[in-house]
Ligand binder design. Structure first.
Ligand code: ATP
Ligand code: MG
Length: 556
């Protein structure tokens, strides 16, 4: 824990529990994903919180797959979830599955039926909903509520044997149809599903509901602090009721606010629609707020952990700015990324007074932020170079400190050049810029005495490699999508991906390493995309160098 900040409410609770000797000071948390999609940045918040609290208080964290819905869950998601948690830098104690407790949960249900605390109800779901009443009207019993224990045991057993069709009947807890908490008005415990489960295959025809699974799973594992998001506040009474009626280990539930980030959606259900309907290339599309998308985009585990630490833990829902995530990755990559040069939108520069058949090696530090610069790389220089199209202006304005006829700039790590003329094609498009170089101005041994205001990046046309560069913008055009249930896809930003297929990169980038970040000078932080091949290099821009809102640097 950092020294500067005060304790958050969960730390306060845990410290008090430790002071009071509760559970002999033992702390056991869990992260309970449902394997029905890939993890997103909201899950990262929950992971950092659960694993972080345990680490802070000498505790442990279980990874429990909450796999009680056979229709949506898949082993593929289990694998991706494990990969993402490990990548974030956390180690779980036990890997567990709610489905491993199916037999035990069934036994728990029998206990409640025998206590006349649960009953089989064959009312339709609509009838059950109506009979539950409203916040101002108490509920009324459905016929099933009067059934005898013996008959409930028989019917529940037949449900288990697969005798009834999906939806034909359910098992409900018998609690209080007049409770002010609607969750306590005889909630469902089991439903029938004739479906293959990703782990138990065709063994079960009945599946426990979330509320009859979560708390008991916590209890079976002796979880001390069960941290979940605010929408479960109203489920807490039920969580405690089952534990009390079954007389099992009293795990405690605590709630915090979900993480929302602007310009994106944070729900596996919605993210799945984006994948299935082709709005993105997959769960790991670099525009997705998934852990795998952020990883492919070039985010580091440290930047995501730092983001989760910075936003803290709230008790009320709010929307965090995407730019905070960008701030965290810039802060990290500035210290570690190797500097390279790449020209994204090229025009040719010809140095007319440089010999045609010569090239010389300039040198550039890999990382000026690191002690010793982490070594150097060679930058071949010759007569024909590529420079960025927008570093030249036909009629430069007064404050334009780059190239125009008569203006001088320094070519980074190389010489000062002066622009003499340019060529255009028949469409009035600039094709070549002609310059002369000042031989005495070589970087590191400059005796020219000339001071120039601008420095631009370049690559040697003879030595450069070609690459595709993918630039990203927000996936959605509006900041707050929380109210846009049905039509959130209408707000997709049609310009969220810009692909530049004709960029030139310095030769050393031909050896770029997967998973490593590079700062393309003046252009942002980039990393190789997973689609990249040795002969077909593709780089993703992770983030620009500066916040777009503070400087017009978002698009090239
Ligand atoms: P989604 O709506 O995206 O499917 P979920 O809550 O249904 O999310 P689970 O797999 O059930 O997804 O979540 C696992 C854990 O992650 C839960 O404890 C849940 O509370 C937490 N979690 C999910 N989304 C967020 C979020 N946006 N912010 C913080 N915690 C989250
Ligand atoms: Mg869920």
């Amino acid at each position: 824990m950092s020294e500067e900040r005060s304790l958050n409410f969960l730390e306060e609770i845990i410290e008090q529990d430790i002071r009071e000797g509760k559970n002999q000071g033992r702390i056991l948390t869990r992260f309970p994903p449902e394997p029905n999609g890939f993890l997103h940045i909201g899950h990262a918040k929950s992971i950092c919180l659960n694993f972080g609290l345990a680490a802070q208080y000498n505790g442990k964290t279980n990874l429990r797959f909450d796999d009680t819905n056979p229709l949506t869950e898949d082993t593929r998601y289990v694998e991706s979830i494990k990969e993402d948690i490990s990548w974030l830098g956390f180690k779980w104690d036990k890997e567990l599955y709610s489905s491993d407790y199916f037999e035990q949960l069934y036994q728990f249900a029998l206990i409640l039926i025998r206590k006349d605390k649960a009953y089989v109800d064959e009312s339709t779901s609509e009838a059950i909903a109506v009979a539950k009443g409203t916040l101002t009207e108490p509920g009324v019993p459905t016929p099933g509520r009067l059934r005898s224990v013996a008959e409930n045991l028989l019917l529940f057993n037949e449900m288990k044997q697969g005798k009834y069709a999906d939806g034909e009947m359910v098992l409900r807890a018998k609690i209080d149809l007049a409770s002010p908490n609607m969750q306590m008005r005889d909630p469902l415990m089991y439903r029938i599903r004739h479906a293959r489960h990703h782990r138990t295959a065709n063994k079960w025809f009945i599946y426990p509901m979330y509320d009859f699974t979560h708390g008991q799973s916590d209890s079976l594992e002796n979880i001390t602090h069960s941290v979940c998001t605010l929408e479960f506040v109203t489920h807490r009474d039920l969580y405690n009721w089952f534990i009390k009626e079954l007389d099992i280990f009293p795990s405690q539930q605590y709630e915090f606010a979900r993480l929302n980030v602007n310009y994106t959606v944070m729900s596996k259900r919605k993210l799945l629609q984006l994948v299935n309907e082709g709005f993105v290339s997959g769960w790991d599309d670099p525009r997705m707020p998934t852990i795998s998308g952020l990883r492919r985009r070039g985010y580091t585990p440290a930047s995501i952990r730092n983001f989760c630490e910075k936003i803290g833990i709230a008790k009320r829902e709010n929307i965090i700015e995407y730019s905070l995530l960008e701030f965290c990755i810039r802060e990290d990559l500035n210290k570690t990324a190797w500097r390279r040069m790449a020209v994204l939108d090229p025009i040719k520069m010809v140095i007319t007074n440089y010999p045609a058949d010569v090239s010389e090696d300039m040198v550039g530090e890999n990382n000026p932020e690191a002690d010793g610069g982490e070594g150097y790389r060679n930058l071949p220089f010759c007569k024909d170079l590529w420079i960025e199209r927008d570093d030249f202006m036909e009629e430069p304005s007064k404050k334009f400190f780059r190239l125009g006829v008569g203006l001088m700039v320094r070519l980074k790590h190389a010489y000062i050049v002066k622009c003499d003329s340019f060529l255009k094609d028949k469409n009035n498009k600039i094709t070549e810029v002609h310059c002369t170089y000042i031989p005495e101005s070589r970087s590191g041994s400059d005796t020219s005495g000339i001071n120039v205001k601008g420095t631009i990046h370049w690559v040697s046309a003879l030595h450069a490699k070609i690459a595709e560069i993918r630039l990203y913008d927000h996936l959605f055009q509006i900041e707050d999508l929380s109210g846009e249930e049905a039509d959130f896809k209408e707000y997709i930003n049609p310009e969220s991906l810009t692909s530049l297929s004709n960029a030139f990169i310095e030769p050393d980038l031909g050896n770029a390493i997967n998973g490593k970040s590079y700062q393309f000078i003046r252009k942002g932080y980039f990393t190789l995309d997973s689609d990249s091949l040795p002969g077909n290099l593709i780089f993703n821009r992770t983030v620009t160098l500066k916040d777009a809102s503070s400087k017009g640097n978002k698009k090239i």
